[in-house]
Design a binder for this molecule. Structure first.
Ligand code: S3P
Ligand code: PEP
Length: 450
């Protein structure tokens, strides 16, 4: 079956957007055999929100082609707009929405507020931009956003001399009192809780008077591919970045070049559909797969074969063929790829041999404590899942249907959908939470199974 181009529903950034669900929850469809499908997914959250920030700080008007439209990107657009950036939707060729034309502000202006929702990229990338604005900007978000670590950004900006009022807990809410400029220079932060502390500071750094020499001190920084993505995005706009010393990033001051740039499809949002091939022994192709990318989702080409699946790449078509003789358990150490873990754990819960995931302690600080959430939800269905300090261990066990809590976490919601393909009666309480990065999920999933 060829999944058709999908037109995004009217988007309600704060609403439930429970397309396909209701108060009773969303009954995950069960596959009655191997699934065969070809589909396209919308633009990358990580690339869209980086390029929005860089376009807003650039030396002239720029374009984003085929960007993502989801709660996280709408919050980024709204936050930048509040700071005085003009962002206009213009017709484009993308299958999932318009293009964006971005005109940087003559002068960024505070005296405003930014709602971060639950978006890590908004809460970590915009405070340094607000430090460049004139006037105070207050940051706050969803209830759970107030528990996500912000220390590297708060302490980092304060150490750079930015006046930032917080209550000392190292979390939202806080106010950045921008003066229109940041001196920059040498800075040490602990980025072991999130790579986004590094990315957030680097993105604004070319606009600091002395640039930035950012040194990480502490345990290992997670999600390194996401930092590499930030560095590549800066270099593509003519910014000089030296990352040759491990744990140190040197950004030269200077202009950020305006670009007309196409956003790649979100390879991490392709994951649940590719997982569907693995758990049903079917065949799923995602089109528009980039030949070269900094997205962590490209590592699915290594991870999915560990379950016994095979991967075939022909041009821009990325195809996964699921195993015919049952899913193999895996032993994966994934500090680089925390964002991919929930869906991989869902596959592992359906495997015939044990699995172990390690090196992912930091995902306890994502949209929810993903280690606890995965263990809770799988064990409630009869699973045998143990939390470890930095991961999960899973023994094979027959699962039965029942409620599946999403905890406002888009990847928990899609993980419930994956389990439901093989286990009748899994009911996801809030499938609408997929609107954080993929509002089309319920519709695309329905088409996958049609
Ligand atoms: O910069 C980014 O776009 C992201 C970085 C990672 O954050 P952490 O380093 O906090 O895991 C990743 O998990 C998140 O989904 C997106
Ligand atoms: C961790 C994630 O998001 P955020 O950008 O909010 O950190 C994620 O998308 O899996």
């Amino acid at each position: 079956m060829q999944i058709s181009k999908y037109s995004a529903p009217e988007f309600d950034p704060y609403g439930d957007n429970a397309a396909g669900g209701d108060d009773e929850g969303w009954l995950a469809p069960t596959a009655d055999g191997p699934l065969e499908a070809t589909l396209q997914v919308p633009g990358s959250k990580s690339l869209t929100n980086r390029e929005l920030v860089l376009a807003a700080l650039a030396d002239g008007p720029g374009m984003l082609r085929a960007p993502l439209f989801s709660r996280d990107s709408e919050l980024m657009i709204e936050g930048l707009t509040n700071l005085g950036v003009a962002i206009e939707r213009v017709p484009g060729e993308g299958a999932f929405g318009p293009d964006l034309r971005i005109a940087p502000a003559e002068e960024l202006l505070g005296s405003t507020s930014v709602d971060t929702g639950l978006a890590g990229t908004v809460m970590r990338f915009l405070p340094p931009v607000a430090a460049l604005a004139l006037g105070p900007t207050t940051f706050d978000g969803d209830p759970h956003a107030r528990t996500r670590p912000m220390g590297g950004i708060i302490a980092g900006l304060q150490a750079l001399g930015v006046d930032l009022d917080d209550d000392g807990r190292g979390t939202l809410p806080f106010t950045v009192h921008g003066t229109g400029s940041v001196t920059g220079g040498e800075l040490e932060i602990d980025a072991s809780a999130s790579s986004q502390f590094v990315s957030g500071l680097l993105l604004s750094a070319p606009r600091f008077e002395r640039g930035l020499v950012l040194r990480h001190v502490g345990e290992r920084v997670p999600s390194r591919p996401h930092i590499d993505m930030t560095v590549a995005a800066l270099r593509a706009r003519g910014v000089e970045v030296d990352d040759s010393e491990d744990g140190v990033w040197r950004v030269a001051p200077g202009p950020i070049r305006a670009l007309d740039i196409a956003i790649e499809p979100d390879l991490s949002n392709a994951e649940p559909f590719l997982a569907a091939a693995v758990v049903t022994g079917g065949r799923v192709t995602v089109t528009g797969w980039p030949a070269a990318t900094t997205q962590v989702g490209a590592l699915l080409a290594e991870y999915l074969p560990a379950f016994g699946a095979s991967v075939d790449v022909q041009g821009d078509r990325f195809t996964v063929q699921g195993p015919a003789d049952g899913i193999r358990g895996v032993d994966l150490h994934l500090p680089e790829a925390g964002e991919l873990v929930p869906n991989l754990v869902a596959i592992a819960a359906l495997a015939t041999t044990p699995s172990r995931f390690s090196g992912i302690g930091h995902i306890r600080h994502h949209e929810t404590d993903r280690i606890a959430a995965l263990a809770n939800e799988l064990n409630a269905l009869g699973g045998r899942v143990r939390e470890t300090e930095d991961g999960l261990e899973i023994d094979p066990a027959p699962l039965t249907g029942g409620p599946w809590k999403a905890y406002a976490d888009h990847r928990m919601a899609t993980s419930g959908a994956i389990v439901g393909l093989a286990v009748p009666g899994v009911v996801v309480d809030d499938i609408g939470t997929t609107s954080k990065t993929l509002p089309q999920f319920p519709e695309l999933w329905r088409e996958l199974l049609a």
